[in-house]
Design a protein around this ligand. Structure first.
Ligand code: DX5
Ligand code: ZN
Length: 215
């Protein structure tokens, strides 16, 4: 399976989003992972649709918007207009099917995500219509945390389910604590979209790190 790398700009300098997304495209990233936090679903506040719109003219890469927000339904339109290519919403924050119907109206890709406490089965019901399933391998809210090993079993269960329903190539993304070692493990478990914040932005060789994360 083709492995895609989605650097998270959460770990980047917030004064330079335009430059950063241009650089990531040049250095071989496949998607730009945008961590949107509202101070409610998770304690910190990061940025919203206006920042995503500001990045849009600076890259052709898909903008992968991970909404760690309560009431994501009230924000879908803004992100769609901002130029998001994929909107991923939390099973813990909404009715996934309702949100998929709404996101679908804008012709954007639909993703569903689970926290470390949530079982993989919470995503089974939407696997047929999803464009991406995301497993959080750290507690959402902060970059730089340690990978939670029990995420591997969930990735395996999701890949197995995708095969069972005839969607063996469905994108399974993993987010949190990914470095060159844990990337190998999640890829072996069945993930093919790898989010990496600190690993990419703390590296002095961004292109090399992105390429090594592919395994
Ligand atoms: C955490 C975010 C992640 C975060 C990952 O809430 O969803 O995308 O940026 O950061 P690292 O790769 O540093 O664990
Ligand atoms: Zn994220």
């Amino acid at each position: 399976m083709h492995i895609k790398i989605a650097p998270s700009i959460l770990a980047s300098d917030f004064a330079h989003f335009g430059e950063t997304v241009r650089l990531l495209e040049e250095r071989g990233a496949d998607l730009i992972h945008c961590d949107v936090m509202d101070g409610n679903f998770v304690p910190p506040i990061t940025f919203g649709a206006q920042a995503v719109a500001a990045m849009r003219p600076h890259t052709r890469l898909p903008l992968d918007c991970h909404l760690m927000v309560l009431h994501p339904e009230t924000h879908v339109e803004d992100f769609a207009r901002a130029g998001a290519d994929l909107i991923t919403v939390h099973a813990e924050a909404c009715d996934l099917k309702e949100l998929f119907a709404l996101i679908g109206k804008y012709g954007i890709k639909k993703g569903a995500v689970i926290n470390p406490e949530t079982e993989a089965e919470a995503l089974f019901d939407v696997a047929e219509e999803a464009d991406l399933l995301l497993v959080m391998s750290v507690h959402p809210g902060w970059g730089g945390q340690k990978f939670i090993p029990s995420s591997l079993k969930k990735i395996e269960a999701l890949r197995e389910h995708c095969i069972k329903i005839g969607r063996p190539d469905l994108d399974i993304e993993v987010d949190g604590g990914i470095n060159e070692e844990t990337a190998k493990e999640v890829i072996a478990a069945g993930a093919n979209v790898i989010v990496a914040g600190s690993a990419v932005f703390r590296s002095s060789d961004m292109a090399g790190t992105i390429s090594r994360l592919r395994g």
